[in-house]
Design a protein around this ligand. Sequence first.
Ligand code: FAD
Length: 184
Amino acid sequence: MKTIVIGGGPAGIISALHASKSGDEVILLEKMNSLGKKLLITGKGRCNITSSFPMQDFISNVPGNGNFLYSAFNQFTNKDIINLLEKEGVKVKEERGHRIFPVSDKSKDVLDALLNEVKKAKVKIQTNTKVERILVENGKAIGVEYNQKDRMYADKIILATGGKSYPVTGSTGDGYKMAKELRT
Ligand SMILES: Cc1cc2nc3c(=O)[nH]c(=O)nc-3n(C[C@H](O)[C@H](O)[C@H](O)COP(=O)(O)OP(=O)(O)OC[C@H]3O[C@@H](n4cnc5c(N)ncnc54)[C@H](O)[C@@H]3O)c2cc1C
């Protein structure tokens, strides 16, 4: 199976890792010239990685009905991300309010660890690739259109383009439009 992941932030990187571990050939498309630009500015450059609260508390702190996250939060927990980072040599510490940070206080160490994992998983990375549209045939996503003219096809598409804040990090809300188009 071939999987295309759209967006190289933490969500796209972790999705790519999991798709690759499940045996897929994975290509990650990122519109900026490098991955994880937003991750680098998190926690004022220190990256508040996660919290040590039980996962049930994560769900109850989601505004509205957080229960839809139950399955995802149980399949990849705060302990899983800590283990993944520690495997790559990133030690973590707990601060006031149950917040978990890298001991180095450098978000770059977190990003480098994720990129190293992606490299080991043999995920292909294509930067400077702005996806504009998800191609659909007979009600199924079959590929993407990018950089205004090119097309790429796959069995599965993962949309991980993040939200809409700090445009210089690539966060411009493109995914909202693409997701909305899938409903029409
Ligand atoms: C100032 C600030 C501080 C923060 N601090 C923390 C913190 O300490 N801890 C924490 O947990 N969270 C923090 N956050 C929130 C955190 O940054 C986001 O929750 C996280 O980055 C979301 O990850 P993501 O992968 O979903 O999206 P993003 O990190 O936004 O990644 C999306 C990626 O998709 C790419 N992309 C977008 N459109 C396209 C397209 N059309 N084609 C191809 N690629 C595309 C983007 O360039 C980007 O690389 C902070 C946010 C901000 C703004």
